[in-house]
Design a protein around this ligand. Structure first.
Ligand code: GLC
Ligand code: CA
Length: 559
């Protein structure tokens, strides 16, 4: 069995820099803060760090609106700090990937300011500009209102709902923004734009970053002819089906050119050594697989599947999920298992705060065939903090203030992303040890005295120490990182079991998703228990006893 490339057997820790650790006491997390906490990540056992953006930005979407791709926003530090971070990560044998927002810039980016200033400036064609529909080519009107429907160039809707066309009187034209109005989409059909963005990628690769997480990567190309999107009965977009608001997103995402673009970007990375390219994409498994390549893995090295963020905590849900993933991402492709990030509800909040369930979920995540990706605070069981829409710093909830909150609650949607971005809970001291400042940029979750790194480090049974142990085993057992996945059939209901196999090693994982104890015989001989979630689990002469919501890792001796 050939050794896998590093990016297919790593494990990822996502840092939201603003909330991780405040190095200079102003209430906002920063790059020096991250550097101070690298030993914590190393000790936890996760190997690749993904930092949400800290590039120059007006911070209207907290860094996902970039105004200079090769500089750092002053509240996080300076270019030197970023270089120091890369070096400090590498010194510890870890890897680091940056967050590259290629689809759009900030409307404050000098490129956009120039582009919107007239129809014939050198950057006039850097963004997607279209004439108003009612009177094409019309000049001179300064009074056209902001997009209200009638005059917008076509029927396309933005990701966040409503038309994504926004009027600029300077040009008497509309520009397209897939996300929010202050995030205009770049025009990748302009070769100069593509080259400029690839050069920015090269800039950071030359500085030593190990790859990128790619923001809304599947929106990069829009239909060249700007055809109207067709009607659909879908109202609420889901992860597997991003169409919604009665519109099929046929011409606004997942365009064929976008799959070619993934391969081109891989080519840019190949000028350096092997880099990780992790795409934020949406659609069902066969759609998102296309970003990785048809037969060879010559596109993005991996993609997120956000469908699993809406997981149901049951053996049958995960069996179906994993089987579908194994079908669509067979070797040499590699899936990613992710349950939380800076845009969605924290996983523990979807598990009723039950630590036993969190342990089982992560035992699954860290032993499947795939790259696990964890969000800061997930390892200690940080929960969402309910915050009002009206005072949100996140721009999204302000769009939906007129809709009663219970509607989103019923749909299980976290519209106010501040709720999942509260400061990391390091200890039970002031501001949870995140910052000694008087005020932190978002409030600290009041549960910090019970849920924090320091406290959990002292408790052998904590979620944190459980994850440390599993990650240690993952590092020691090549089969867990590189092995095939083989299903175990005929297990009792509510029990999930699989084997991970290489030529030399074999690991068995058995997980009890029910609250009840379970006892059954394993047919194979020569198994030995390596790890168990509950002190009451046992394995003797092939007979396995598992507590409710418990799980075990076993190893085949002398394979
Ligand atoms: C992605 C990011 C999100 C951001 C959006 C626009 O979905 O994860 O935080 O707001 O793109 O860049
Ligand atoms: Ca700071």
């Amino acid at each position: 069995m050939p050794a896998l490339p590093w990016y297919h057997c790593t494990s990822i820790y996502q840092i939201y820099p603003r909330s991780f650790y405040d190095g200079n006491q102003d209430g906002i997390g920063d790059i020096q803060g991250i550097i101070q906490k690298l030993d914590y990540i190393k000790d936890l056992g996760l190997e690749t760090i993904w930092c949400s953006p800290f590039f120059a930005s007006p911070q209207a979407d907290f860094g996902y609106d970039i105004s200079n791709y090769t500089d750092i926003s002053p509240e996080y530090g300076a270019l030197d700090d970023a270089l120091q971070l890369i070096a400090a990560v590498h010194q510890r044998g870890l890897k680091i990937v940056f967050d590259m927002v290629m689809n759009h810039t900030s409307s404050e980016h000098p490129w956009f300011k120039e582009s919107r200033s007239s129809r014939n400036n050198p950057k006039a064609d850097w963004y997607l500009w279209k004439d108003p529909r009612s009177s094409p080519g019309r000049r001179g009107s300064r009074s056209t209102p902001e997009a209200t429907g009638g005059q917008v160039p076509n029927n396309w809707q933005s990701v966040t709902g409503g038309s994504g066309w926004h009027y600029a009187p300077e040009r008497d034209q509309f520009y397209w923004a897939s996300f929010l109005p202050f995030q205009p989409d770049l025009n990748y059909r302009n070769p100069v734009v593509k080259k400029t963005m690839f050069d920015i990628v090269r800039f950071w690769l030359a500085k030593g970053v190990d790859g990128f997480r790619l923001d809304i990567f599947n929106y990069i190309y829009k239909d060249a002819a700007f055809r109207n999107n067709p009607f659909t009965f879908d109202l609420i977009p889901t992860e597997a089906n991003p169409s919604g608001f009665f519109q099929k997103a046929q011409y606004t995402l997942n365009q064929p050119e976008n799959f070619d673009f993934a391969r081109e970007l891989r080519g840019v990375c190949a000028e350096f050594c092997e880099k990780l390219l992790l795409g934020e994409v949406s659609g069902n498994h066969s759609v998102i697989r296309q970003f990785m390549g048809a037969e060879k893995n010559d596109g993005l090295t991996q993609v997120f599947d956000f469908g699993m963020m809406d997981f149901k905590f049951s053996a049958s849900y995960f069996r179906d999920l994993i089987q579908d993933i194994e079908k669509h991402f067979p070797a040499p492709f590699m899936p990613v298992y992710v349950f939380s990030n800076h845009d969605r509800a924290r996983s523990i909040s979807r598990l009723d705060g039950d630590i036993r369930k969190a342990k089982l979920l992560h035992l699954l995540q860290l032993t499947l065939r795939g790259v696990p990706c964890m969000y800061y605070g997930e390892e200690i069981g940080m929960t969402n903090l309910r915050l009002p829409f009206a005072t949100a710093l996140d721009p999204i909830p302000h769009k939906f203030q007129s809709i009663p909150r219970f509607v989103f609650d019923m749909l299980g949607m976290t519209m106010n992303r501040d709720e999942v971005r509260t400061p990391m809970q390091w200890n039970g001291g002031k501001n949870a040890g995140f910052s000694p400042a008087g005020k932190t940029w978002l409030p600290v979750h009041p549960n910090y005295k019970a849920v924090n790194v320091e406290k959990e480090s002292r408790d052998a049974n904590s979620l944190l120490n459980t994850l440390r142990s599993i990650l240690k085993i993952r590092k020691e057992q090549a089969a867990l990182r590189e092995g095939n996945l083989i299903w175990m059939d005929n297990l009792p209901g509510g029990i999930l079991g699989y084997k991970r196999q290489t030529d030399k090693d074999e690991i068995t994982v058995v997980l009890n998703f029910t609250e009840k104890k379970s006892e059954f015989q394993l047919a194979e001989e020569g198994l030995q228990s390596l790890f168990q979630l509950s002190g009451e689990d046992s394995f003797n002469a092939g007979r396995l006893k598992l507590n409710g919501l418990s799980g075990m890792i076993l190893r085949m001796v002398n394979k």
